[in-house]
Design a protein. Structure first.
Length: 155
């Protein structure tokens, strides 16, 4: 992500190097860049700052998460992190995020890690976003059966 911030800032004159995450404009720009220079419409952005990661994501080191965002045709369509499976680290990260590991909503979750849940990852995939981009729709609402917005909360 730091490299994308730097490249975008140099190419556009807009300084995004202090941003924690990619801006929508950067997501669009890097996809256009990789399409033109690499012949690929998809790109993985790695190096998410640790302060932006969820408590259940694994840290790569003190500064970054072990995670990537999959960008396609200008939008993020998936977040692909490795999950924190080490019980002690998970407890520390929960407390740092203000989440009580002993609360009824999390106690069973934490217990699984205490008994040795193996390393694992996940993929928060935006199927609606992918559908919109693959078939060339003008708006994501066209890819959702019952879209919601400020004027429509119920189907």
């Amino acid at each position: 992500m730091a490299q994308i911030h730097q490249m975008f800032s140099e190419a556009t004159g807009k300084d995004t190097t202090k941003e924690l995450d990619l801006t929508p404009e950067e997501e669009k720009w890097i996809c256009e860049y990789t399409t033109e220079h690499e012949g690929c419409e998809a790109v993985f952005a790695t190096g998410l700052p640790a302060e932006k990661m969820k408590f259940y994501h694994m840290a790569e080191d003190e500064k970054t998460a072990r995670s990537a965002d999959l960008l396609f045709r200008g939008v993020e369509i998936a977040t692909v992190p490795q999950r924190e499976h080490r019980h002690e680290n998970l407890i520390k990260q929960m407390k740092k995020a203000g989440v009580d590991p002993d609360s009824p909503g999390f106690s069973h979750f934490v217990t699984a890690f205490k008994h040795g849940l193996p390393p694992h990852g996940g993929c928060g995939f935006g199927i609606d976003r992918l559908t919109e981009k693959v078939i060339g729709l003008g708006n994501i609402k066209e890819a959702i059966l019952f879209p919601r917005d400020i004027n429509r909360l119920a189907p």
